[in-house]
Design a protein around this ligand. Structure first.
Ligand code: SIN
Length: 484
């Protein structure tokens, strides 16, 4: 059955008619309706292992192409994605629930990584180094690391794949992806378009599974895998790190966050409210870089809470496929249970619900956008990645307190702050122990900048020229006997 019939969306029947497999063991559920929208084939460890062998054979031919030839194929892939943005967005919304407008944004964001790395692959320069002896010359070249694997999440089922696959392919590597169990169809659609664009079949494979642990083991233990990139929880990242140690597999880990969003007394409050809405409520709060704790200075606390609450009450909740909806469902029952428990625990510990604080009438997986005040650092909600549309507000007195509170976490992915004091911008920027810090802005994701965290939030960077380096090895070449 084609996805259009299954999804009850206008997905292009001819182009994506092969995405689903009626006999597949992996069933895909629309979180808005909780109905099964399709099935995907599930690959076991043996099948993935064989695909790795094939990728290992195919990668040398891919690496032998010039960077310009690879770029041309990658740009065709980029163009095909943009030509099919509506269908892809419908699939993303049906699989992970995010509003259609956000799904369209994700497709554009995902495609941007392919365009960026297609260009950047041409600049994988080596260097010449002033020699240490008259008859020797010293230089470096950069070469593809080899066959790579990626494990990707459900919250950005397109962009987190392209952010890993594009630099790998641009560098001349082969790549196998295990997409999240909840979102295999958008991943398979991406794979299909990549092959249509000219990426050789064995050089890029998407392999959904019902047994993620077994595939993770194959990725860590197969001798041909030289690099593993993972986006997901810190807990799973730590497990993969331990498993990858045996084969000394190079890792990129984009893990959990606990982003502080700080509003100083001298901030532009309107801008701070809009920034908080953008940062906190994107994808119903289900991103690693969503504001997780909103720290507001005493002097502007009440004004900020009032204005934020007005805006939060206006957010339209409903199925992502309904035009105009801004808050879709959470991904599954576990997600909604976690959010409900964190809010209940905060209230029992003294926090107050200003708005929301309940399962929404839109359905069992929808949570009403919530503002909590009277929150403090002892509550579980400030120490846990909420992954839901809940804004816990904490008061602070001075700049030093804000920086101390913001840094008081093992995580260090993204942080945001609002102030109009230029000196403070620099001091706070330097003081925050995070991989990404935004001042006076609530959205920092872009293909041109390095995305990644400090501390328990991960290792390595994605996007930007640093993202390409993750898929390249440096070779030091010594040329002796140069003198006659
Ligand atoms: C994430 O939540 O892991 C990614 C968010 C982004 O790229 O903006």
């Amino acid at each position: 059955m084609c996805p259009c019939q299954l999804l009850e969306h206008n997905v292009n029947t001819t182009r994506f008619s092969q995405l689903t497999d009626p006999a597949g063991q992996l069933s895909v559920t629309n979180p808005a309706t909780q109905s099964v929208i399709g099935r995907a084939r599930s690959y076991d460890g043996e099948a993935v292992s064989q695909a790795i062998d094939k990728a290992e054979n195919a990668r040398t031919g891919w690496a032998a192409k010039t960077a310009r030839e690879r770029a041309s194929i990658l740009l065709s892939w980029h163009n095909l994605i943009l030509e099919n943005v509506e269908d892809l967005a419908e699939i993303v919304t049906a699989e992970c629930g995010k509003p259609l407008s956000e799904a369209r944004g994700e497709i554009a964001y995902g495609a941007s990584f392919i365009q960026w790395f297609a260009e950047e692959g041409k600049r994988a320069y080596g260097e010449t180094i002033p020699t240490f002896a008259p008859d020797k010359r010293v230089l470096t070249i950069q070469q593809p690391i080899g066959t790579c694997a990626a494990i990707t999440p459900w919250n950005f089922p397109v962009a987190m794949i392209t952010r890993k696959v594009a630099p790998a392919l641009a560098a001349g590597c082969a790549m196998l992806v295990k997409p999240a169990e909840a979102t295999p169809l958008s991943a398979l659609a991406l794979e299909q378009l990549a092959h249509e664009a000219g990426v050789p079949h064995d050089v890029f494979r998407v392999m959904p599974t019902t047994d993620p642990e077994a595939i993770g083991d194959v990725f860590c233990n197969h001798p041909a895998i030289r690099k593993l990139s993972f986006t997901g929880s810190t807990n799973v990242g730590q497990i993969l790190m331990a498993k990858a140690a045996k084969n000394v597999v190079k890792l990129s880990l984009e893990l959990g966050g606990n982003a502080p969003f700080i509003v100083f007394g001298d901030a532009d409050i309107d801008a701070a409210v809009e920034g908080a809405i953008a940062s906190k409520f994107r994808n119903a709060g289900q991103t690693c870089i969503c504001a997780n704790r909103i720290l507001v200075q005493d002097a502007v606390h009440d004004e900020f809470v009032e204005r934020l609450t007005q805006r939060v009450k206006q957010l339209k909740v409903g199925p992502g496929s309904t035009e105009g909806v801004q808050i879709g469902p959470l991904i599954n029952a576990k997600g909604i249970q976690k959010v409900s428990e964190l809010v209940d625990d905060a209230v029992q510990s003294g926090a107050m619900i200003v708005t929301g604080g309940e399962i929404d009438e839109a359905g069992p997986l929808f949570y009403t956008p919530t503002v909590l005040t009277g929150v403090d650092a002892s509550m579980a909600i400030t120490q846990t990645e909420i992954f839901g549309p809940v804004a816990p507000i904490i008061r602070f007195k001075g700049e030093a307190d804000a920086i101390r509170m913001a840094n008081d976490t093992p995580f260090g992915l993204a942080a945001y702050f609002y102030t109009r004091d230029i000196g403070r911008v620099w001091r706070v920027m330097e003081g925050l122990e995070y991989g990404m810090v935004a001042s006076n802005d609530g959205a920092l994701s872009t293909e041109i900048a390095p995305f990644g965290g400090w501390k328990h939030s991960g290792i390595g960077r994605e996007g930007s020229r640093h993202g390409l380096n993750e898929y390249l090895e440096i070779k030091y070449c010594l040329m002796g006997g140069v003198n006659k």
